[in-house]
Design a protein around this ligand. Sequence first.
Ligand code: PLP
Length: 427
Amino acid sequence: MTNRRSFIKKVSTLGAGIWAWPLIDNSFAKESQSVLSSIANVPPTELASDEDFWSWVRHNYTSSTNIINLNNGGVSPHPKVVQDAVQRFTELSNEAPSYYMWRIFEKGRESIRTKLADLGGVNAEEIAINRNTTEALDTIIFGFDMKKGDEFVTSNFIYPNMNQAWMQRELREGLVRKVAVLPMPSTDVKAIVKAYTDQFTSKTKVVLIEHVVNWTGQVLPVGEIAVEAKKRDIMVMVDGAHSFAHINFKISDLNCDYFGTSLHKWLCAPFGTGMLWMRKELISKHWALLPGPKPESDDVRKFEMLGTRDVPAELAVGQAIEFHLSIGAERKYERLHYLKQYWVTKVKDLDGFKLWCPEEKGFSGALTTFGLEGKTAKDIHDHLWKTSRIHTTTIKHEDIDGVRVTPNVYTSLKDLDLLVESIKSIG
Ligand SMILES: Cc1ncc(COP(=O)(O)O)c(C=O)c1O
């Protein structure tokens, strides 16, 4: 364990430009190096079912032994190294808050920005660090100049917070909403794209696309929809709450203009950490929700005027990125898709079983919603909890009345076997 005095000594050298978080837990770095070198040549599709490797990953989390958490879609736990980092930064901040948080730790934000940009395949000067997808997308939605009669396109699977943000603009400014009604589930890219293009008119200024639909787990072909939007000079906003560090992609692949995500979901970063990305050339034209001294500046930091914030949580994002990279984006996606398929294939032939998410790679990851004919979401949810203390969430949306199941990298096959047994015993 890192000695506290030596830790503080290391941190106090930060004024010289050395950053703190890599100093926090060398033991994890050493151990992961040896584990990772042992699987270096294993293809990700093969590694997806290597239980030795994934049990090592599992042991880096502090998951409950009393309940089986299959609602990682809501919010994910952070690995032990990330928890330790939050604790260390918090302890030190409490010794002299304004000194450590504002003079020392503040410098670390730039290194986090660069690492997030690397993960997204974009420029660090286009990344703002904030608290969550809601803050990122509200910044995007409210900062975009539009006038009465201008149209925007959303889908019928929009997340409630974004729906509310647009509702407010409709009520206040007379903007007009058009809704793309999505086939769900679907692997028909043309049909999905058409659902959007059918709503595009000469008055459409912007389209908001959910990269991964939270209600079902369906991955939408953002890049293809964006190509059509761009042909018509329509701006593209992406709700990436469930895609970043889950699906293997780069923001730069999406052909979009704005992207928002929550780092406490799939990156397993501290609670209340998020990220906003927008193209560099749009920054000066975009109004901030919480303005800085130069509202028309092209410095992305103008979207970070939150005031006093949870600096320890933000800084520990660095440790979450390191943990994520130690697994690797491709390996992680393959495992997450494998876990979903593991339980789905064991129950999909049950009478009355219904799945609202495609099974195919590229169209799905870990997240999926299922139902059983004659049973309400509450019936299923309560049964899973009572029989096996499996924690899930109910989904009610248009004709969907089901339960969303979301494993994560630390989920064991034993837990999923219990899920399968519990579903089979619903009767
Ligand atoms: C698609 C989608 N967008 C936005 C959000 C909001 O995320 P947060 O609560 O982290 O702001 C969620 C949360 O689950 C979501 O699923």
